[in-house]
Design a protein around this ligand. Structure first.
Ligand SMILES: Cc1cc2nc3c(=O)[nH]c(=O)nc-3n(C[C@H](O)[C@H](O)[C@H](O)COP(=O)(O)OP(=O)(O)OC[C@H]3O[C@@H](n4cnc5c(N)ncnc54)[C@H](O)[C@@H]3O)c2cc1C
Length: 424
């Protein structure tokens, strides 16, 4: 099925929440709302000119590889997309390394582009200062601003709603986001030569799926914290992998990152389970965790860094030569050892799509990911588990045969408590 509107995509729960549709809308009639139980979703405000750009730009409806860098290793492509080189490293700046999620590589790369390559700034996600349980898109133009927004936020963020900032910037900008955000950026670049010309470098963080804001609210509730009193909220970082910490006037609550993630991951929407791209295949450079070995307590952070384009490789080496990053090349086989969960998730996608098709649910177009080959590599037990699990989840949530719009009650509640979103 071809989706005809962004409303339809959201109603079928195929939206990934990147925010690109709000940028693409010619009548500026799309509002992004953080639906507490799902994620950031578009709401069309009636003023639709019918231009169709919201669908054209949507990675939720269609995320497909068209071509990739000739230097990419063909042996790795079926599992990891385009990979030119794999590195391990960290920000040389000790504060960036400490505050970053892994080794602060994403932040250090953006800082290098700003300070040495004339980039105007980086468009990326950070905590909403007035409501730290939610995120806002930010333009960071200095080390201080980049540092303030370093670290992963395991809750909805829509950095593509800041693509207008990149278009209007006096010089090129860096973009940092999740794999789906970068896929949205790439589709937007193909719609706007202005945006294309102003995008310096696309950096993706690895992502196993974004938990809804409900996950964060339930985690806070477990500590007896009132979300309206939260002043600071970090999901990890300040050490590797660091702690989830929530600060309010009444004090600070915290728990190890691993415990927080095992709680939050249950809140990932179904669409995230259909995503084959956990490692940012559309980016110039992607950064994740080198989980291929045990981390000793107190060990300083390290990033797994994948150069995916010739430009990504150039910037990575230039950032290292200029003293922003310390990197060493590693065996690409360590990708699988580090991120077996992301590979298994990618392999499950073909079966998950089949399960939804059997329930007459329209599914996204996902070309160029060797999905059937990945599915064939799964053990029989995994195949059955994936098919049955997706069907159970889809039936339980009422995703069959017809589009189920978001319950009006949830939208009304969310709109009443959330200001109109937008980049700052
Ligand atoms: C939802 C989610 C799932 C993740 N799943 C995995 C995983 O499966 N495997 C793995 O190795 N790592 C995962 N990570 C962590 C992340 O990919 C790594 O920490 C990565 O190594 C980046 O570390 P860094 O130190 O280089 O980044 P930093 O220098 O700390 O920079 C992080 C950058 O990410 C941006 N960012 C943070 N949260 C979001 C968000 N929600 N949406 C868009 N941009 C954001 C920030 O603006 C910042 O620019 C996940 C992160 C998130 C938010």
């Amino acid at each position: 099925m071809n989706f005809e509107s962004v409303n339809e995509i959201a109603a079928w729960r195929m939206c990934l929440g990147c925010g690109a549709c709000a940028w693409a809308c010619t009548s500026k009639g799309i509002r992004l709302v953080d639906m507490t139980d799902d994620g950031i979703r578009p709401v069309v405000d009636g003023s639709c000119a019918g231009c169709g750009r919201c669908v054209d730009v949507c990675p939720g409806a269609d995320t497909s590889h068209k071509s990739w860098d000739a230097d990419a290793d063909p042996k790795l492509a079926g599992s990891w997309g385009p990979v030119i080189e794999v590195w391990e490293g960290h920000a040389v700046d000790p504060e960036i390394r400490f505050q970053g999620s892994s080794g602060g590589a994403a932040t250090a790369l953006a800082l290098y582009c700003v300070e040495k390559e004339g980039s105007y700034g980086a468009v990326h996600a950070g905590a909403d200062k007035e409501e730290p349980c939610r995120n806002r898109t930010r333009l960071s133009k200095s080390r201080e601003e980049l540092l303030e927004n370093a670290g992963s936020r395991y809750s909805p963020a829509s950095p593509c709603d800041g693509l207008g900032i990149i278009e209007a910037a006096p010089s090129k900008c860096v973009f940092i986001g999740k794999p789906c955000d970068v896929a949205g950026l790439r589709k937007a670049q193909s719609l706007s030569s202005e945006l294309d010309g102003k995008t310096a470098l696309a950096i993706s963080i690895f992502c196993a799926g974004t938990p809804s804001t409900r996950g964060t609210l339930d985690l806070l509730a477990g500590f007896g914290k009132d979300p309206s009193e939260i002043q600071t909220l970090r999901y990890r970082g300040n050490g590797w992998p660091g702690n989830w910490t929530a600060g309010s006037k009444s004090g600070q609550s915290s728990m190890p990152y691993k415990d927080a993630w095992s709680f939050l991951q249950k809140y990932r929407p179904l669409r995230c389970h259909l995503c084959p791209d956990g490692t940012g295949e559309f980016a110039d450079i992607s950064c994740g965790d080198p989980w291929y070995r045990e981390i000793t307590p107190g060990e300083p952070g390290l990033s797994l860094i994948v150069a995916r384009t010739a430009e990504g490789r150039r910037v990575l080496k230039a950032a290292a030569d200029s003293g922003y990053l310390k990197i060493k090349k590693i065996d690409p086989a360590l990708l699988e050892k580090s991120q077996i969960n992301l590979l298994q998730k990618r392999r499950a996608v073909w079966g998950r799509l089949l399960a939804l098709r059997l329930l007459l649910v329209p599914v996204p177009k996902l070309r160029g990911f060797s999905l059937f080959r990945g599915w064939a590599a799964l053990a029989f037990y995994e195949k059955v588990r994936t098919l049955a699990g997706t069907m159970r989840r889809a039936l339980k949530r009422g995703y069959y045969g017809r589009a189920r719009a978001f319950p009006t009650r949830s939208i009304t509640r969310d709109i009443s408590i959330i200001r109109k979103r937008g980049a700052i």
